[in-house]
Design a protein around this ligand. Structure first.
Ligand code: HEC
Length: 157
């Protein structure tokens, strides 16, 4: 499969699901929206893995690796939103409040960095405590719409 074909395979289904934009509106940038959603889903997968280790007494050494993966992924979030592309479940005012959005992401990254330090030096209980301080919900409450499909309300992060 060529790169071009792969690209279409990934995005054609998303385009089909999208509601057609009114003729007067700018076209919705489905590729940019799909990209940032994949990054969010990567964060979700890593958090589910962390929760799994904690719930089932899994390999504690992996906690640090998952947290490091969260940090690497978190650094991709702002670039993925840099293109002004309202849609998905983002609040449309997100791009008008870029400083506020950036601050939420920086706070998130700082909390993840603390949890990584705890994973390097501290007991499992402390790692769990620091991991609990990482809040996805704070940003979702401010910049993600509720009651629309694609939501993660049920996860309680
Ligand atoms: C700085 C803000 C911010 C942080 C921090 C954040 N998110 Fe998000 N998240 C968003 C926004 C905005 C959306 C809506 C994206 C869209 O559809 O345009 C979103 C959407 C999502 C989605 C839905 C993706 C989809 O397919 O529709 C998931 C899942 C998600 N986030 C998981 C997480 C998890 C898990 C964390 C924490 C580990 C997290 N997010 C942290 C801003 C954030």
């Amino acid at each position: 499969m060529t790169r071009h074909a792969l690209f279409h395979a990934a995005f054609v289904s998303i385009a089909l699901l999208a509601a057609p934009a009114a003729a007067s509106e700018a076209p919705i940038d489905q590729e940019a929206i799909a990209y940032r959603k994949e990054i969010m889903k990567t964060l979700e997968a890593q958090f589910n893995a962390l929760a799994g280790i904690i719930a089932f007494d899994g390999p504690a050494d992996n906690l640090k690796s998952h947290l490091e993966t969260v940090l690497i992924t978190a650094r991709m979030v702002l670039p993925s939103f840099e293109k002004r592309a309202p849609g998905g479940t983002s609040q449309p005012y997100l791009w008008d409040d870029w400083a506020g959005y950036t601050r939420h992401m920086q706070e998130f990254e700082a909390a993840v960095a603390m949890a990584i330090e705890a994973a390097k030096h501290n007991s499992l209980n402390q790692v769990i405590w620091y991991t609990d301080q990482i809040s996805c919900r704070k940003c979702h409450d401010a910049y993600k719409q509720k009651g629309v499909s694609g939501g993660v309300e049920y996860l309680g992060y």
